[in-house]
Design a protein around this ligand. Structure first.
Ligand code: SF4
Length: 328
């Protein structure tokens, strides 16, 4: 039986953290065996906001690839490629730009949200408005059957479907596949200070975090403010440390929950347990990441191979689409 095609990607805008892993990569790794997966380093998407420092996009793309490989994306099982190395993405983006009404883009909720929330970078540019069109092109180009999404990304996917439906309708064809969603289980992880995890708040833990800085971050984590003395009864449900214990120290979480509530474990000891478990999780990733960082030739080869495979599919499909448009 032919496997369904999955397309997903990530913008290379900085170091990857635990939230990125739980929100996307963990699901990708699980999908590699069951689907024909394409994973895209979405560097054109990153350039829309990081145009002031294109070099950072190049560096982050490379870094992202090394982390993907370190956490377990397997180039033998999936196609890993960089968006800007497959020019067909921009070609289909332009075709979609001609058929996407401006109102659809202006009304896109995530676009409006980004304009309000992004106070550090000026994203009021022509390309950023077209973000959903490029995203639609990324998906359509591989005729993806499914896209892994969290609930909050559903409006974007719906816009992709609308653009694809419009293409098929305008050119009286069914050549483009309308993608369905794989609603992924996203384990939400808050920042170390209990706020939303965000690089701009400085409350993230990186997937390649060094042990010394990991220790500092765990020690600074916000706990239950009601606990002053070791034997004070605590409320683990309001404690950042406990929210991490539930994910990274599952074997002991229940015990810690009870001990915290009865005031029989101190926060120092509790944090030590978390630190050990987090380090056990991060250390092998960090080691593999450093291996890939040093093995430039190997990583180049993996990317070249992925780009070649992606380009083959993308150019074949694009030819088909243009034929259906009766265009060139
Ligand atoms: S004992 Fe652990 S769970 Fe309880 S408040 Fe302290 S750090 Fe949080």
């Amino acid at each position: 039986m032919t496997k369904e095609i999955i397309l997903s990607g990530m913008r290379p805008t900085g170091r990857l953290h635990l939230g990125n892993y739980l929100g996307a990569m963990k699901n990708w790794i699980a999908m590699q065996d069951d689907y024909n997966c394409y994973f895209e380093i979405a560097d054109w998407h990153a350039l829309m906001s990081d145009y002031g420092d294109p070099g950072s996009v190049t560096r982050n793309s490379r870094d992202m690839l090394c982390v993907w490989l370190a956490v377990g994306l397997d180039p033998e099982k999936c196609v890993i490629f960089r968006q800007s190395d497959v020019p067909e993405h921009l070609e289909l983006f332009f075709i979609f730009s001609t058929i996407t009404p401006l109102g659809w883009l202006e009304r896109c909720p995530t676009y409006k949200e980004a304009l309000v929330n992004n106070d550090k970078k000026d994203i009021r540019n022509y390309a950023f408005l077209g973000y959903p069109s490029l995203q639609a092109a990324d998906i359509a180009l591989y005729r993806a059957d499914k896209v892994p999404v969290g609930k909050d990304q559903l409006p974007h996917l719906e816009l992709t479907r609308e653009v694809i439906r419009r293409f098929n309708h305008l050119y009286n064809t069914d050549v483009m596949t309308e993608p369905g969603e794989v609603l992924t289980k996203v384990q939400k992880l808050k920042g170390t200070d209990g706020r939303k995890m965000s690089k701009s708040y400085g409350n993230t833990i990186y997937l390649t975090e060094e042990k010394a800085s990991l220790k500092k971050k765990v020690n600074k984590m916000v706990t239950d403010p009601a606990r002053i003395r070791v034997d004070d009864k605590g409320h683990p449900e309001v404690c950042s440390v406990f929210s991490y214990q539930k994910i990274f120290n599952q074997n002991e979480a229940e015990k810690i929950n009870n001990e915290c509530k009865s005031g029989t474990i101190g926060c120092v000891k509790c944090k030590k347990k978390l630190l050990n478990n987090l380090n056990d999780f991060i250390q092998p990733i960090r080691e593999k990441y450093l291996y890939y960082k040093e093995n430039t030739k190997k990583v180049n080869k993996i990317l070249e191979d992925g780009n070649r495979r992606a380009k083959k599919t993308a150019s074949e499909n694009l030819k088909l689409f243009r034929k259906e448009m009766n265009y060139g």
